[in-house]
Design a protein around this ligand. Structure first.
Ligand code: ADP
Ligand code: MG
Length: 852
């Protein structure tokens, strides 16, 4: 079965009613004219044929009659000559016996049936011999013209008389005579034969010439001798000399035979005539066939044909009426069909999804115009190139699609599939496809219809959602681990603070030469390492306090250069590069250094057999497109720290997990699995992004994006006031809930000369402040404490003493100050565990700062 999607030729339906009628009438007229012309031609031919037949018939008949009449006259002449000889012989002897001669004549007469009488007239004209001359009355023919001619002319020969009424029989007859001479050669009489015209009439009547046909025998002067049939008006017409001009002309020209057409002047009937002169005698036989007769059959044919034409005409009129009605019905049907077609096409052409019908061979029977939006190719392209669909299928999905089609066709079931195509302009697009086999009423397979939806956006959204979900999961995990680690680190910090503080005090008081000094050093060093670890834990758990300032990343990298050089073995080609311009970001310098250190360390570890390692700092601008393409970020200006190595790289699973705390692929003792987690924590806290790209065996590139802070002037090299004396004599309110730490700090401060009032929590501190008789110069407080936290405590005191100086200390806290991620510049802060020296330096620094 073949289908055509192109609209059917509608020219038939565009013809208007009147035009169609005009066409059909013209058609009927033409056909009928043709038929009539055909009939006329055939009638004309058949008429000519009839005329021809009539001519031939007249010619044949005239020939037959000419011979018949000629022969009998010739025979008669022979008899006349024989009789004449006989008579002349006897006249010479003078011995003519009456009876003898009669018998002779009678014998001769019997030999010629046409003859009515054979007689001899003597020189006076009296009939002397002859069969019927033996009656009482004497009969004379001396007055007859032929007799006179013989008597006067010796060599008149054979004379055929004009028709005369026989004096013997009383019938119209022809007398055919010869002269008889006596011995001396003078006129002795006439021998003659009588042929009754009746005989010819009988002969002629036996010949069929039709109702209006004529047979005429004429004499020397064209006088009628015999005419068949005898007309009522003219009796037997004997003697009449009326002939048509044509006939007369022909005779006058001396023609002995001929055929002509003429209208008889008397009866006004048209006839075909053929005439013949009867041998050498002055007689003409003329056969006339009337047109009426010989065309009778033709006339019948004409009326038959006429009837047929009329029948055909009415038939064709009826047929055209039927055709017209049929056309009208058809037109209405086509119009209805076109409306239907328009209706469905209107819907089909506006389907948003790409609908198609593939034939059993996979060629396109129909495709909705939406194919152009979805594939970038228009419908014509699909019709003209049947394998276009397979061409635009994404190479990896081709096998999938053909398998799906195979199943849909062989199982005859509905199916669905998600595959990719290559859009002519937009690249890879995701298509959700459902299809269904098409069969006709008899169960013949006609192909499959398919509906295709572009789900690229949905796919992307899904991916984005998955990514975000992954990120969220990651964030939650980090949060949980962070909380745990942070909690441990906080408590641990207090313990470490005590260990570090007391060991330092021991060191300060111990005799320089004491053999125990080495052990205390060890305690101190271990405690410091433990403090580093808790710092790491806090960094990745984002609970670490940041000391952010505007710093130039390029300077940071330069400053780090030497240390990095020491870190990296000879077999690694290490390069550092950065932008010419300053790259100011608001960040904690130490943290950023740690990030770079961690990245470089990891890169080094990934290249045990050497390779290339490069650290680069450049400036990038994230716009919407960048954000869309990479799936992360906020538009803006960023500093980009790239650390690229040519090491062993990571597989996808490893990449997914690198930021997990304690995830490491390194052997026990070599890796802690905290490096990347810390980087993650630090960068998040700096509102930046980490991006990793790695291929197994090829290498890894980490990219760190930090928001550029253009407006802020660098304070990176801020001069730290030199603290001449670390101690002082001011009064300090020390607030700390951990007794050990409180004791340690109190001791450190008192050792440095300060007066210390200590409080166990926020509320206690407020109470002591209120009840204190001496002037308190400064508050040194922990941030998170039961009852009242450091921040609130300070706010309350500040209400009474706006110039009150303060130093916050914390290892881990959810305090608002810290949750902001950045410390208010007015507030002073020190992270736990704090070294005694650091604590004293910070206290002195704050006390010495002039109150605004
Ligand atoms: P550690 O270095 O202690 O293993 P990290 O958090 O620093 O922990 O790194 C986690 C893991 O990430 C590493 O064990 C390693 O598998 C992978 N990794 C990190 N950086 C790279 C790198 N540049 N090349 C290859 N793998 C890396
Ligand atoms: Mg590491």
């Amino acid at each position: 079965m073949v289908f055509c999607d192109k609209p059917a030729d509608a020219s038939e339906t565009t013809v208007s009613g009147p035009v169609f009628i005009r066409r059909i009438v013209a058609g009927v007229i033409l056909v009928n004219l043709f038929v009539i012309a055909l009939i006329c031609y055939s009638l004309h031919e058949s008429r000519a044929q009839q005329v021809k037949i009539a001519e031939i018939t007249t010619q044949n008949l005239s020939l037959v009659l000419e011979q018949n009449i000629g022969n009998s006259i010739t025979k008669l002449d022979l008899i006349l000559l024989a009789t004449k000889d006989e008579l002349e012989k006897h006249l010479g002897d003078g011995s003519i016996g009456q009876q003898q001669l009669d018998a002779y004549l009678s014998r001769q007469l019997s030999r010629l049936s046409e003859l009515d009488g054979l007689r001899v007239a003597d020189a006076h004209g009296e009939i002397t011999y002859g069969v019927d001359a033996r009656n009482d009355t004497r009969i004379f023919v001396g007055d007859r013209e032929y007799f006179r001619m013989h008597r006067e002319t010796a060599d008149a020969g054979l004379i055929i008389s004009k028709p005369i009424v026989s004096r013997v029989t009383g019938k119209w007859s022809l007398i055919i005579s010869r002269r008889v001479d006596d011995k001396g050669g003078s006129f002795a009489g006439v021998v003659y034969g009588v042929i009754s015209l009746e005989r010819y009439s009988r002969l002629f009547s036996s010949i069929v010439v039709g109702k209006n046909g004529t047979i005429t025998l004429r004499g020397q002067d064209m006088e009628v001798l015999v005419r068949y049939p005898a007309t009522s008006e003219s009796g037997n017409a004997v003697g009449q000399k009326v002939v048509s001009a044509t006939y007369r002309d022909m005779i006058e020209k001396g023609l002995t035979q001929g055929t002509f057409k003429s209208m008889h002047p008397v009866d006004n009937i048209e006839r075909i005539h053929s005439f013949r002169k009867i041998s050498s005698y002055p007689l003409y036989i003329n056969i006339g066939l009337a047109a009426k007769d010989y065309l009778a059959e033709w006339r019948e044919e004409v009326s038959r044909m006429l009837a047929i034409s009329v029948f055909f005409l009415s038939l064709s009129v009826m047929a055209s009426v039927l055709i017209y009605r049929n056309w009208k019905r058809r037109k209405a049907a086509i119009r209805a069909l076109a409306q239907q077609e328009f209706k469905f096409r209107t819907i089909a052409d506006f389907t948003y999804d790409w609908e198609f019908w593939l034939g059993p061979d996979g060629s396109f029977i129909h495709t909705s115009p939406s194919c152009e939006r979805i594939t970038g190719h228009d419908a014509e392209e699909f019709y003209s190139a049947p394998d276009l669909l397979s061409t635009i299928l994404y190479p990896d999905d081709r096998a999938l699609f053909s398998e799906h089609r195979h199943e849909a066709i062989s199982d005859g079931k509905n199916g669905s599939l998600v595959f990719r195509i290559l859009h002519a302009e937009k690249g890879v697009r995701w298509i959700e496809h459902v299809c269904q086999p098409i069969v006709d009423e008899s169960g013949n397979f006609l192909g499959t219809r398919g509906s295709n939806r572009d789900i690229t956006e949905r796919k992307h959204a899904e991916e984005e959602r998955n990514r975000l979900a992954g990120q969220l999961q990651q964030a939650q995990k980090m949060e949980a681990v962070g909380q745990l680690a942070g909690g441990i680190a906080h408590d641990f910090n207090n313990i470490l603070t005590a260990i570090i503080g007391y060991s330092q005090i021991i060191l300060m008081r111990m005799d320089k030469e004491s053999p125990l000094r080495h052990y205390v050093d060890q305690v101190f060093a271990s405690a410091e390492r433990a403090a580093d670890l808790t710092k790491d834990l806090l960094a990745f758990s984002r609970k670490q306090v940041l000391d952010t300032r505007p710093i130039d990343l390029c300077q940071v990298l330069e400053g780090l250069g030497k240390m990095l050089d020491r870190l990296i073995p000879e077999d690694i080609d290490f390069k550092i590069s950065h932008d010419e311009r300053e790259m100011i970001v608001l960040a904690d310098k130490g943290q950023i250094e740690q990030v770079i250190m961690n990245l470089v360390t990891n890169a080094r570890d990934a290249m045990p057999r050497g390779g290339i390692l490069s650290v680069d700092i450049s400036r990038v601008c994230m716009d919407e497109r960048f954000v869309h393409a990479h799936g992360f970020g906020e538009p803006g200006e960023y500093a980009l720290i790239s650390v690229a190595d040519s090491g062993h790289g990571m597989d996808a699973e490893t990449q997914r997990r690198i930021f997990e705390p304690f995830f490491t692929t390194k052997e026990v003792g070599k890796g802690t699995g905290l490096g990347m987690a810390i980087i993650y924590g630090i960068i998040k806290q700096h509102n930046g992004y980490v991006y990793v790209y790695s291929e197994v065996g090829k290498g890894t590139t980490f990219r760190i994006y930090l928001p550029l802070s253009c407006g802020i002037q660098g304070e990176a090299g801020e001069e730290i006031q030199s603290v001449g004396a670390m101690g002082g004599h001011e009064t300090i309110l020390l607030v700390e809930d951990d007794g050990t730490v409180r004791g340690l700090h109190r001791m450190i401060l008192e050792e440095a000369g300060y007066s210390v009032i200590d409080a166990v929590d926020g509320q206690d501190a407020v109470d002591r402040f209120m009840n204190c008789e001496t002037v308190i110069d400064m508050v040194v407080t922990d941030v998170i404490m039961p009852k009242k936290d450091g921040k609130r405590l300070y706010k309350e005191i500040e209400a009474f003493r706006p110039d009150m100086k303060v130093l916050f200390m914390s290892g881990y806290t959810k305090d608002i100050v810290i949750e902001r991620g950045v410390l208010d510049d007015e507030l002073h802060f020190v992270a736990k565990p704090v070294l005694p020296r650091e604590l004293l330096r910070k206290v002195r620094q704050i006390l010495d700062r002039k109150t605004p």
